[in-house]
Write a protein that binds this ligand. Structure first.
Ligand code: XIL
Length: 305
């Protein structure tokens, strides 16, 4: 089982940051550079320079490389929106993009997040460009292209708010069944686990949902864990609750056994967290504060591992 982090190259001139990353974590996920807008900025023009540098760094430091992400309704190149696609043409572009990128990184990625965030909260499909033009076909197309390009890579469907039983997690269970019925290889469901203190499902609920995916014949991973406060500074009570919430998902992963393959946080120091820029006023979501002291939950996390 790995315990890793997402990171960006821009942060690697911070030596304190890099020291902690290499000492404390066992897998790295590029937070940006493998996303479609960076790897195929113009149609058919592929750029893997930054992704290669990331992969080389991971290999040099014996870090498992978790690759992210092939098809997402955000951070895709603008040329995709500038054309009137037929269904066949867009499926072809998706196939070529996925096949090219996964082939390029073949044998270097332990896993790929193939499709990210395809669902709305109520379990209906998100009306992205991909869905609007191809219906649900883009999902199997992407998974099949990835499996063709690197048969050994673990292929994940990744999303948030699917860590506990609800309409969205039920929809993901149906997606897994549907991909299996189409003979598309899917190895695991990635649970993003971007949580809010005191609004996080219990360990029992998370374990139940992990088991529901596992019962379908796939594995699970916690892919982007962080537990944020909605306002700062937190009360003592909420600070204590952050430990409970961090421990809940980690313990649930441990409880289901090796079918939960690993855990990644979405960066580990608040300075570089996506949280404050995305959710105004929210913060302190990472295991290290910006001054590089650990949060109270850190010891709890270490104790359950
Ligand atoms: C975020 C990155 O961390 C940011 O740097 C970028 O500006 C936007 O994307 N869920 C995901 C990740 O699946 O890809 C997102 O990463 C965070 C939320």
């Amino acid at each position: 089982m790995y315990f890793g982090t997402a990171t960006n190259q821009e942060q690697w001139n911070d030596t304190k940051y890099v020291d902690i990353m290499l000492e404390q974590f066992g897998s790295l996920t590029p937070a940006n550079v493998q996303k479609w807008m960076f790897t195929e900025p113009e149609e058919g023009v592929f750029n893997y320079t930054a992704g290669d540098a990331f992969a080389d760094f991971a290999a040099e430091h014996n870090q498992i490389l978790l690759c992210d992400t092939l098809i997402w309704h955000q951070q895709y190149p603008s040329w995709l929106d500038q054309k009137n696609w037929t269904k066949d043409a867009l499926l072809d572009v998706i196939d070529k993009h996925v096949y090219s990128e996964v082939s390029h990184f073949k044998d270097r990625c332990f896993s790929w997040n193939v499709v990210n965030e395809a669902f709305n909260e109520d379990g209906t499909f998100r009306e992205s460009l991909f869905y609007n033009v191809t219906g649900t076909d883009y999902i199997a197309t992407a998974f099949k292209a990835a499996a063709r390009a690197d048969p050994k890579a673990q292929l994940y469907y990744n999303d948030y708010n699917i860590e506990f039983p609800n309409n969205k997690s039920a929809a993901v269970e149906n997606l897994v069944k549907s991909l299996q019925a189409q003979d598309a290889k899917i190895d695991a469901v990635g649970l993003q686990a971007h949580f809010i203190v005191n609004k996080t499902a219990s360990e029992a609920q998370q374990q139940q949902q992990m088991q529901a995916y596992i019962d379908l014949g796939v594995q699970v991973v916690i892919s982007e864990l962080d537990v944020r406060f909605e306002s700062l500074p937190p009360s003592e009570a909420l600070l204590a609750q952050q430990t409970v919430d961090y421990e809940a998902s980690i313990q649930a992963c441990i409880n289901v056994g090796k079918q939960c393959m690993g855990i990644s946080v979405w960066d580990f120091v608040d300075t570089y967290s996506w949280v404050p820029t995305t959710f105004a006023g929210n913060g302190d979501a990472c295991l290290w504060y910006s001054n590089y002291t650990t949060i109270p939950a850190f010891d709890g996390v270490v104790s359950v591992l």
